[in-house]
Design a protein around this ligand. Structure first.
Ligand SMILES: [Zn+2]
Length: 366
């Protein structure tokens, strides 16, 4: 059995500390991108970026027949992040409680950089790697959607960006359709001539009440998250806009759920004498693999080689992996170990980040 070089825990922690102390909310990733690029350069890896500032690096394989692998994490975070103050209490890294930590997804970024460093400073065999650090993940996977896919040769990938320990492998995620609907009625004075009006708010209300929403089944959900309409108390409202979504890990169910929501909108518009302006956007596509898929088997082997029991799971959220899958790169998600993400209580155990780096090292050398 191959002896893997040991993860340099102190170096990994330093990298993670550096990264989380860089303010990098979506669309303001310049400093984080600069840090990652200089780290790659210091490791001896040529790197470049595209128009939206995704960062690319490529490692040719070394004495390995393994298929090329895409390795990804995102450098942006949600808000709030300015003046982030981190504290390491025991094994746990957290903030002073006034901001998020950004371990989502900087723990993934740090683990990748550590593994690349180890590959470069040892002569251990490894698969060819397409390394990709994305931007703007948190605001709609915009960085991933702008990736120049002809720069990538891998047809299998791993995205280090999901909750759970590093032996937790997410192999299925929903697709999402976004719905934006505006009901257009007729305005009128509410006291003088209400009978001349056609209330867009009433039409919207009818539509929402008629829609199946919330948890539809184990793999399907739906929500109307925003409603906006009307001008004043005494005016029958002529416009009301609804913004919502449907998600499912099953394409057929996603189509049916979307159809049900659109149907409710059309019926309510007709019943209320309103027009309907409708946009349905395919935000991202579902994926689902079982334990026999080559990329899943690779990950399972890596986790088992470390003496751990892998667990396979599904998520209800979308990630860059959805976009990679849509572009023909069979990508699964590896648990990063972060907790309470997107809150000021976000924290992560250093042990979890070390586990993550170890798992990734086993994966790329497997
Ligand atoms: Zn993330």
């Amino acid at each position: 059995m191959l002896m893997l070089p040991a993860i340099d825990r102190d170096r990994l922690v330093r990298t993670l500390l550096d990264l989380v102390q860089i303010n990098s909310p979506s669309k303001q990733e310049e400093a984080a991108v600069a840090y990652v690029r200089s780290a790659l350069t210091a490791i001896g890896l040529a790197n470049n970026e595209d128009a939206v500032h995704n960062v690319y690096a490529h490692l040719p394989g070394r004495r390995s027949a393994a298929a090329p692998l895409l390795v990804n994490a995102h450098v942006d975070t949600v808000q709030p992040t300015p003046n982030i103050r981190v504290q390491l209490d025991g094994d746990v890294l957290r903030t002073d409680g006034r901001s998020i930590l950004g371990a989502d997804d900087k723990a993934g970024v740090a683990a990748i950089l550590e593994v690349l460093q180890l590959l470069q400073t040892s002569d251990i065999p490894h698969a060819p790697l397409d390394v990709l650090f994305t931007v703007q993940e948190e605001i709609g996977l915009n960085g991933a959607k702008a990736v120049e896919f002809d720069r990538l040769s891998a047809r299998e990938g791993v995205c280090l960006d999901v909750s759970g320990p590093a032996h937790h492998l997410v192999v299925a995620a929903p697709g999402q359709n976004s719905i934006e609907a505006t009901l257009v009625g007729q305005s009128a004075h509410a006291g003088v001539a209400p009978e001349l009006g056609k209330s867009a708010i009433v039409a919207a209300a009818r539509a929402v009440v008629a829609m199946p929403l919330g948890r539809i089944d184990a793999e399907t959900t739906a929500n109307i998250g925003l409603i906006r309409g009307g001008q004043a108390r005494n005016i029958v409202p002529d416009r009301c806009t609804l913004t919502g979504e449907a998600r499912s890990r099953d394409r057929g169910k996603l189509a049916r759920q979307t159809e049900a929501m659109v149907g409710a909108l059309k019926a309510a518009a007709e019943q209320s004498g309103c027009q309907l302006e409708l946009t349905v956007t395919d935000s991202y596509t579902a994926f689902s693999y079982d334990a026999t898929a080559p990329v899943v088997r690779r990950c399972l082997d890596a986790i088992r080689s470390l003496g751990r029991d892998p667990e396979l799971g599904a998520t209800g959220g979308g990630s860059d992996a959805n976009i990679f899958n849509k572009h023909g790169i069979a990508t699964v998600l590896l648990g990063v170990g972060y907790e309470d993400i997107h809150t000021s209580n976000e924290h992560i155990a250093i042990t979890a980040v070390v586990d993550l780096a170890q798992t990734l090292l086993a994966l790329v050398t497997g």
